[in-house]
Write a protein that binds this ligand. Sequence first.
Ligand code: DGJ
Length: 635
Amino acid sequence: MAIFVADKTFYLETLRTSYIFCIQDGFPVHLYYGARIERCDLTHLIDRQIYSFCPMEDDNKPQLDSVALEYSGGNTGDFRICGINIRDGYGRIGCRLQYAEHSVTEGVSVPESLPHSRAYGHCDTLTVTLRDQAKNLTVRLIYTVFEDSDVIARHTEIVNFGRECYLLKAASFLLDFLPKAEPFDLIEVYGTIGHEFSLSRNSLTRGTRSFGSNKGFTSHTSNPFFCLTDHNADEDKGEAYGFNLLYSGNFLCEVQFNEIGKTRIVSGINAETFEWRLGRGESFTTPQAVLTYSASGIGRLSRNFHDHIRRGILPERFACKPRPIVVNTWETCGVNVDEEKVLRLAKRAKELGIDTVVLDDGWFRNDNRSGLGEWETDRKKFPSGLGQLSDTLHGMGLRFGLWIEPEMVSKDGLLMREHPDWIVGNGDTPYSWRYQYVLDFANPEIVDYIGDKMERILREARPDFVKWDANRYVSESGSNFIKVQGEVPHRLILGLYRLLERLTNAFPEILFESCSGGGGRFDLGMLYYTPQIWLSDNTNPFYRKDIQRGVSFGYPSSSVSCHVTATGVASLGFRYLVSSFGTYGYEFDICALSERDAREVAAMNRRYRDEQTFVLEGDLYRLADERTYQAYEYV
Ligand code: DGJ
């Protein structure tokens, strides 16, 4: 067992870490998270000092506002940022939680309809149930301990036994730290399209630092992965805590460093764009979070997450299986792709030892203004049809890849004309981007309609590889079908997961790669379904190496799709070194290569096949990051 319970004290133990909390005066009180220690009584760590006027049940009890807690409701005597907040039928806001019961089970707990960490190695689950007496509602804190990788997964389930109420905030987890000699450094990720995964590192100052997304997707600008580290922590030394969410939608991470030197973190669905109705007997499940701790620097923290993601999150059937070497049509042809060009690339691909030809955007249209939602092959460009093209490639001993963008619809397209109410919007004509709107996946009927279309295409085209793109954020996120509009952003993501679940189950042999204008949706929610993600549209190796370094802090190389292209001025050898960091391919006109370069590309492909095991399974060590070079080692 990785979980021990003694006298309402809970010991969550992995190979190298201990996480300890207890029930004190009915509250779940956090005691310790760090390097593995002997089980012992740590209740002397509970802060009993009186700091200011914070009301409690009894003046002699520890103050709720200064005790380290495992979860906390809003508008109680804990005035810090809360994990959960609720509006009841009278419009009163708040949530007071007290211990009710707990249980320990073997294996994992699966949050309903959401991506989650799958069981591997030794794992056990602890559920601690808290109750809000007045509202007759329970909050279950669920912890799964993955012993081998030093990872703890957490999520929260809210069950309403009382009258109708509204969830205003429901974090996946809350974690309090005891005061430290000096404030933590916060390492977080920021960026833009083409410059994803820039790292920022700053010491915490008093107040709350929050970052997240309200763009419908995790977005290029932020990511739910972040770390808190000792100020002097580096790759190999110092304490480091890492956090991430298995979620692809609006999220919020809050880090509060308060007046008495205590740090609280709260992470989950972004409360700013969230409200959820809970009728009597109804429940709500938050996305799952993953937490890790390393006593030996940020390198180990990354390797813990890499290990967990490969073993517990990526689809098992692909996680460690050699991935294809692809040639993708996008950077060579754009939407002006046709059958002849694909066949020409295919012939050359075969000669060079590339195994998969990916037909990107443009197989159903001539520009980016039409075709989304209809999904009819353009027979002028592909006279033999996709099925025949696929057969031809298969006959040549190649694999076929196909681009789709299921969540979107063209502004002036047929589907829009037939079903103008099927798009996300707030009553007026929504703004568009790339001449497209977002389909209202909060309505399961629309998800099913698109699911049928996609199934038809995939049955006809028989691809081995699918690139699932999404090229705009969600603005004006209202629905014509949903009563409580605050539910829409999360329901859109539930609809997306439903479709991913359906298609990945219906076509288990297809390797799905996801993408969102490069790295607009690079997160653990997507990786649960699609084992690799196109990291960025910036393929200039001089920029790309930095984007790849940033992503490596939280995500394994095997999840990062990287291509050699013609962008920027660089030798083929340098391009290879940068792109072979992840899953590999090409996006330039391989037919235009000189004989000498063609020989080099063929040699690069042989080398990649030899080295791929390291990308898929190796432990990554970031050795150096200088202005002009980076060095990595896989073990
Ligand atoms: C954005 C992606 O990042 C590109 O690789 C390409 O697939 C285009 N979309 C196609 O529209």
